[in-house]
Design a protein. Structure first.
Lengths: 232, 194
């Protein structure tokens, strides 16, 4: 009887541990299915396009499932015109299909929602940031700074994560410069803003050699042209 | 003399045994394994499960009750913790986002003097722009929160009684965003942020 009790106890504890372990993993993990379900709550005319680009972003690691779920959930919760909400999602979808990192766009949207900014204004800001990402990426390409293919090693060929960090922070510095009322014609101020941002992050977030590479190749005029293109 | 004979005899016997016995050792391991295999009980899946589960009906019911109760408790606690419990009126992912930030980084002190305020929170890109409350336990009007942040650049603002407060005196810089200010801190550099 006593032996039976202990056997039951041990099996019970082991069963419990297994259940907790498996259950915890399943519950904690956000999947594309969750994102898809969350998107159902929004009336969208281009649902499939948005979902497909989200999947591309998730596969390429340019967007985390929990980030996309958070964005969709927050957009659903806020009152406003569904068309304006969809415009934000389409901007993000565009960036993801371009292979650009989506995190900064999600972050900008969440900030706008937290500030209770009008959806139209959030959409405009997110759209400017997306165009900045595209233009900055193209600028880096034009200066011979590329994303490394598998196994490729060269000083101006960076791993995707490092390349994305550069795009995000340069675009972000330019975006803040614009939002702060700066003129796109003041190239030296733009260069200063980018230089300040990258130098504050070098070693800590961005490798020193990447910062040096960018600052050596990008001129004030380049940055001015980027902003003018974005504003055109 | 006698000892020498004895030693020789023993050596001869051992040599003889080794010569004669060596062939018998061939395949010994396989024979032992086969013998043991024949003696071990053959356990089917059902029999194994029967042995694992408690022997008596009462014990089995007790065991199932323990597992079942734990499962129910875990489901509720688990769904609540990950903020995915719409049926509980949840859905906020603040807990998830805060745990996402807490990856062994520097603990950054957020401090806001707000005497007489009812609530002070901090929102920023480290908590997905969702409110993290500051505390004023001693009631001196200085509200604080210590938040672990990994190295990087963080934008944030305080919200005092629902009012946005974007210019923290302790910030490294300020940026304008959506027509208002946000503070910025750099974490991880010597003398900055943390």
């Amino acid at each position: 009887m006593k032996e039976g009790f202990w056997k039951a106890f041990v099996v019970g504890v082991v069963g419990m541990a297994l259940f907790l372990g498996c259950g915890g993993v399943i519950l904690a993990e956000t999947t594309t299915v969750d994102v898809e379900q969350a998107l159902q709550a929004l009336p969208l005319s281009q649902r499939e396009r948005i979902l497909e680009s989200f999947k591309v972003g998730l596969v390429q690691g340019q967007l985390l499932p929990e980030e996309s779920l958070r964005l969709v959930t927050r957009l659903t919760a806020v009152e406003g015109n569904p068309v304006e909400k969809e415009a934000i999602l389409l901007t993000l979808a565009f960036a993801l299909t371009e292979g650009l990192p989506g995190k900064s766009l999600v972050d900008k949207t969440l900030e706008g929602l937290s500030r209770r900014a009008p959806l139209v204004q959030i959409g405009q800001q997110v759209s400017i940031r997306a165009r900045l990402l595209v233009e900055v990426r193209d600028l880096l390409y034009s200066k011979g700074i590329f994303v490394a293919a598998e196994g490729q090693v060269a000083s101006s060929v960076l791993l995707p994560a490092r390349f994305d960090l550069l795009i995000i922070h340069i675009a972000d510095a330019l975006g803040e410069y614009l939002e702060g009322g700066g003129s796109p014609l003041d190239g030296h101020l733009l260069k200063e803003a980018v230089q300040l941002r990258l130098s504050k992050l070098e070693e800590v977030v961005i490798p020193v050699e990447d910062v040096e590479l960018v600052l050596a190749r990008i001129t004030a005029g380049d940055l001015s042209r980027v902003l003018q293109k974005v504003l055109d | 003399m006698r000892g020498d004979n004895l030693e020789e005899t023993l050596t001869d016997i051992l040599r003889h045994e080794a010569t004669v016995g060596a062939p018998r050792l061939e395949g010994l391991e396989e024979r032992i394994v086969a013998e043991l295999d024949g003696r071990l009980p053959k356990w089917g899946l059902v029999k194994m499960l029967k042995h694992l589960i408690a022997p008596t009906r009462g014990a089995r019911l007790g065991q199932l009750a323990v597992i079942g109760a734990t499962a129910v408790v875990f489901l509720f606690v688990g769904t609540f913790l990950v903020g995915r419990a719409p049926f509980l009126g949840g859905g906020s992912d603040k807990r998830v986002s805060m745990s996402a930030v807490a990856e062994s980084g520097n603990s950054v002190l957020f401090l806001m003097p707000a005497p007489g305020a009812q609530s002070v929170t901090v929102v920023g890109n480290f908590n997905n722009w969702e409110a993290t409350p500051l505390c004023d336990d001693d009631g001196d009007g200085i509200w604080t929160a210590s938040i672990p942040l990994s190295p990087g650049r963080y934008e944030y603002a305080f919200v005092v009684d629902g009012r946005w407060w974007g210019q923290d005196p302790l910030a490294d810089e300020y940026v304008r965003s959506f027509g208002d200010y946000s503070s910025v801190r750099y974490v991880g550099r010597a003398g900055d942020g943390a």
